[in-house]
Design a protein around this ligand. Structure first.
Ligand code: PMV
Length: 341
């Protein structure tokens, strides 16, 4: 006898970044953040979970490779779900003693600053919650695995509320608008490098929290008002305001990373070249038509309206002709059907 559940979850790209933890164990952030969720058909994680009486131990495969399930963030999610299943009596006692096997795959580079852990943990906790029959806010469970994963459980634009409760019970994601609200909004991912990033976001956040003199200003002063303005801009479909806030937040986030000691450097010369090109393009057009944003890696995520997509792809191909075939991936935000590869 066995039970198998398979779930697909999308990547999300933050326009107001999460950086820094109020509680590292519970992954409670210092600040609210906002992101757009991409179409799961283009960039996603797919996870299958299975329990059987004859499995001898919990096991985990990531992209075909057997990896340790005893890493802290996997254990936090699995333990919490088993505890909830016991409390809610959603499965019988025997089921809860059986071991679980988890198999997860991404259709894009893992850990290259492309939010792979967000999609992965959103998938994992959704699949496990179904398997164990637990009723709970899945975003709070996903947060335990990887903070930004809590935003991947919803489509459209999503806000992760930092919350103020010590137990993290109000540190959850909520949808700002659903995926049909702003269909003209698209995302292009420019893959600058698809190798593993040098400083993981967890490590980077620790170094920043300990050593940056700018992070406090970011969390107390800039981000709170920026998050409100961003949610309003999204609801008004005000692209110029959305774009300006997105670029300013990306720049501030990387400035905070650089202000750490030793500095966390995620952007490369190519990333900086892209920033320069986008500013020149926006200046030429008279108002912001494209917004760049960079996570903890060198890859650029460009938010833009559909009518700009062909022009911006030509622009990128002009400046980076040799990599034109693999450099650009057209991505929806949300529900775009085409792929620009
Ligand atoms: O969820 P983590 O621990 O992978 O951190 C994500 C951090 C950023 O991607 C840089 C920002 C964000 O809000 O997604």
């Amino acid at each position: 006898m066995s039970d198998i559940i398979t779930v697909v979850a999308p990547v999300n790209i933050a326009v107001i970044k999460y950086w820094g933890k109020r509680d590292a164990k519970l992954n409670i952030p210092l600040n609210d953040s906002v992101s757009g969720t991409l179409d799961a058909k283009v960039m996603c994680a797919k996870t299958s979970v299975c329990v059987r009486p004859d499995f001898e131990e919990d096991r985990l495969w990531l992209n075909g490779e057997n990896v340790s399930i005893y890493k802290e963030n996997f254990q936090k999610c699995l333990n919490k779900i088993r505890i909830l299943a016991k409390e809610q009596k959603s499965r019988d006692e025997k089921f809860l003693t059986w071991k679980v096997h988890i198999c997860s795959e991404n259709n894009f580079p893992t850990a290259a600053g492309l939010a792979s852990s967000a999609a992965g943990f959103a998938c994992l906790v959704t699949a496990l919650s179904k398997l164990y029959g637990v009723q709970t806010d899945v975003s709070a469970l996903a947060r335990l695995g990887s903070g930004s994963a809590c935003r991947s459980v919803y489509g459209g634009f999503v806000r992760w509320h930092a919350g103020s409760n010590p137990d993290g019970s109000d540190s959850i994601a909520k949808q700002v608008v659903d995926s049909s609200y702003w269909p003209e909004m698209k995302v292009l991912i420019l893959v600058v490098a698809d190798n593993k990033k040098s400083t993981s976001s967890t490590k980077g956040m620790i170094i920043t929290a300990k050593t940056s003199e700018l992070i406090d200003h970011r969390c107390r002063v800039t981000v709170p008002s920026r998050v409100e303005k961003m949610c309003e801009a999204i609801k008004r479909k005000d692209f110029p305001t959305f774009a300006e806030l997105t670029m300013k937040d990306s720049n501030e986030f990387h400035a905070v990373c650089l202000s750490s000691y030793p500095p966390c450097v995620y952007l490369t010369d190519v990333s900086n070249k892209i920033i320069e090109i986008i500013h020149r393009y926006n200046e030429m057009r008279g108002s912001p038509k494209v917004a760049y944003t960079f996570d903890a890696g060198p890859n650029a995520c460009l938010y833009l309206l559909e009518e700009e997509v062909p022009k911006v792809i030509s622009l990128i191909k002009y400046f980076f002709p040799s990599s034109s075939e693999t450099f650009i991936k057209g991505l929806p935000c949300p529900d775009l059907k085409e792929e620009f590869t």
